[in-house]
Structure formats: C-alpha cells, structure tokens
Design a protein around this ligand. Structure first.
Ligand SMILES: [Zn+2]
Length: 439
C-alpha cells in the first residue's frame, strides 16, 4: 500500500489535513477546464453554462470528503468569476455587474444558480453526519470520527428527532422537543453546560433521576431560573418509549430523509425570494435574453445613469430613442414614447388588451409583475417570453442608436415586424407556447 496521502478513486486520501501543495493539483485540475486562448470567442451565456456544468461539478467529489481550505475555494471562485463576466483570467470589481455571492444563489433567490462551493461542500459533508447518527448498518459505524464544527452546527439546526428510547439523541444538542432544542427553549441554561457533557449526555441518561439538572454548572441568572422551571416542566411531561428506536427526521423534503439538494437549499435559509425569477427563467427565451433580463431588472446594464454613477461619463445622456428623458432602464423599457408604441403594436398584433401596456409611471419590474396577473395562467409563460423579447429588442435598438449608423435604426413598426419574425423562430425551435401570439 502507498504511503499517505495517496490517491484512491481519484481522491487524495490522507489521515491528516491535506497541505497546500496537495490541494494545488486539485484546484488546477478544476481550472484547466476553463478554455484557454479561445475563451474570448464564447458568449456570456456560453460561459455561464460552462462554469455551471463543467467547472462547478468537478470539485464535487472532493468536497464530499474533504473540507477545502479557504484559499482553494477563493481561487476557484475568482477564476470562475473572471471567466463568466469577461472571459478573462483576471478581473477587477467594477467589471462584475453583480456580486459573485449573488450570482451563486439559487435562481429563485435572485442568483444565476451557479454552485456556491462553500455551502455545497457543507451540504455534502452533512451526509456523513446524517449516516453516522441514523444508519448503524454502515461498516464504519462506531469508529471514532471527528466532525467539523460547521457540519455539526448545520446538523443540529436542521435535523429533528422523534423520541423513542432516547439512547441516540443528545440531550443538550439535538432538536428533540417538538422540533426545538434546549438552546431554543433555555439558552441561558445551555450556556452553563460544559461542551464535553453536552457532546455526550443522551436523553435517556439525562432524564434518569433528573440527572440533566446536575449537568448545570455555575450561577443562574433570573432569566436562567425562569428557563429552568420551564425545562423542569417539560422534562416531567416527557415520556420515553423503550420499545421504539429514536428516529431522525429531515423536515426539509417530503420523504423526511436527508438529500444533499434539500440541505443545500436550506443553507440559504433567510435569503429573500426574487419574484422575477420565475418570470425570467421559466419562459421560452434563449439564455442570452434571460441573462439580459436578469441584469436589467437589477439595473445592472450599462445605461447612461449607471455610467454616470461609475464616473464613466460627465452627465447623463438623454434617451437615444426619444431624446426626451434620461436614458435609464425604466424609461427605456416602460416610459419611452418609442417603446410604448412598440408595446402597443405588439400587444394589438398578439390580441392582448392594449390597456395593459406600460403606462409610464411604473418600473419595469412592477409593471411586469402586475400585468402578468391579468394574463390567463395558461398563457403566462408565453407572455413572459414575449415581454423578454420585446425588452431585448428595444435594448438592441437603443444600442444601434448609440453605436451604429442610422442605416441600422428601425421605426417602432419595423421593430415589431422583427419581433414577430423572431417569435416565429422560437416556435420552430420548440417554444410551442409562444405560437399563441403569432396567429
Ligand atoms: Zn425615450
């Protein structure tokens, strides 16, 4: 047998923490999958797919066993970030339109769904702790194992217990009182328990002759006293069932059993849902348009108000389409006279109530959110596709006026003709639902 660390099934096996020199090849191996000289030829949408599918999927099996050091995770993140935004190896903050942290959120939480490596690793390593506590049939069961404190905390906060004989459940740490832990009910008491005791005391032993009370060391505050009385009451009403096994419950999916996907999701607990996510990502628009809409709804496209804020121009430009108001995303998409004509013509051709076109007082997000509710559920996805296409077309037209000569400029009517040609192509490419607007 080789000396440790050695390679086994492609993994670096070691009985101690891997060193930097041992991690480096793993990091390089991931980064090698980013294309070299031809990287500039790939569009942002293509780069998103690449980062998402290839690069982020590769570290997975290593993260499953080892807790990657911070520098390694950062190194991979940095390179992926530069590659995604600019197709380069390095990037400075100003070139990233949205923070990487946000990019790495699930789509429904406003991100692009790229794997968050830290959370992903934690979710995967939670599996060992789950198996250790719930599956005695594993051959390694009973061997002394160290558990990373973060995994331990995640396990204790996510897993609930249904009490049976009480010989598997930790009295001071696990969530065994109707999904709550002692820390939830009596935080001041929990503070007075030695870590060593807390790591060992089982519910079965704790309840025997109220032994748990003798685990408490030190002075009780007034709050602590009240909490103690509460605990006492709870313990008096707790019944063990010696004929039944304690049962771990994973409350975060329907089957009640740990899965890494549900764990990963739970590690984003507290993040706010982005309503627009389901409008953008579920529609039939091609990925580049979806990414554009994702940026536009967060005001992260380079309109002149944004360029002004970043010191890239001296004063705001007026709208390139109507020359009336300031060039910003809400004006361009919903308030501009040119755009309103595009919306009006598009809606009347699609037989959508033309009263629903933007009235000029709304932001793109509030108008879209309110209007799609007037569309019958069956057609909502098709409607979201249409909105995305119209916004994208208006944006392209705006850019033509900024960067190209007037042979590329189109009247609102010409633009609508183009929109319907494009829509027809989407139908042919499989977006069957959008055909409802084409007839
Ligand atoms: Zn305008």
């Amino acid at each position: 047998m080789d000396k440790f660390p050695c390679k086994y099934l492609g993994l670096q096996l070691s009985i101690w923490q891997l060193t930097r020199a041992e991690w480096q090849p793993i990091v390089d191996n991931v980064l090698n999958f980013l294309p070299g000289w031809q990287r500039g030829l790939i569009t942002r949408a293509g780069r998103l797919v690449l980062v998402h599918d290839v690069v982020m999927a590769r570290p997975t099996h290593h993260l499953l066993v080892a807790d990657a050091p911070k520098w390694a995770v950062e190194c991979v993140n940095k390179r992926c970030r530069a590659f995604f935004w600019e197709g380069t190896e390095q990037i400075h903050g100003g070139q990233c339109l949205v923070s990487w942290q946000k990019v790495c959120r699930p789509k429904e939480l406003g991100g692009l769904g790229i794997m968050d490596l830290k959370r992903h690793g934690l979710a995967l390593r939670l599996r060992w702790e789950w198996l250790r506590r719930t599956d005695p049939s594993k051959p390694w069961h009973g061997l002394p194992m160290t558990c990373n404190p973060q995994v331990q905390i995640a396990f204790n906060s996510l897993v609930h217990w249904r009490l049976g004989s009480g010989d598997k459940v930790l009295f001071w740490k696990d969530r065994w009182i109707d999904g709550a832990s002692i820390d939830d009910i009596a935080p001041d008491i929990k503070k007075l328990i030695r870590t060593q005791t807390a790591n060992k005391r089982l519910v079965k032993d704790g309840l025997l002759n109220h032994r748990w009370a003798s685990d408490i060391t030190g002075e009780l505050s007034t709050d602590g006293l009240i909490q103690l009385i509460r605990l006492w009451e709870i313990m008096l009403n707790t019944q063990l069932n010696p004929n039944q096994q304690d049962e771990a419950i994973w409350p975060w999916n329907e089957r009640g059993v740990y899965t890494s996907a549900s764990a990963y999701k739970m590690l984003f607990m507290g993040a706010i849902k982005a309503a627009f996510a389901c409008w953008i990502w579920k529609c039939w628009a091609p990925l580049p348009i979806k990414i554009f809409m994702w940026l536009a709804l967060q005001y992260r496209v380079w309109t002149s108000d944004r360029r002004l804020r970043h010191g890239l121009q001296e004063q705001a430009s007026s709208c390139f389409l109507c020359a009336q108001e300031e060039d910003n995303i809400d004006h361009i998409m919903t308030q501009c006279a040119y755009s309103k004509q595009v919306w009006f013509t598009t809606f009347s051709r699609s037989r959508i109530d033309t009263l629903l076109i933007p009235d000029g007082n709304n932001t793109l997000e509030t108008w879209w959110g309110a209007t799609r509710k007037h569309i019958h559920k069956t057609y909502r996805r098709a409607f979201d596709s249409l909105v995305s296409l119209v916004c994208w077309s208006i944006w392209k037209q705006r850019n033509n006026r900024v960067f190209r000569d007037n042979s590329n400029w189109m009247s609102a009517t010409e633009l609508v003709t183009k929109i319907f040609e494009e829509l027809h192509l989407w139908t042919l490419a499989g977006g069957k639902g959008v055909s409802v607007w084409c007839e």
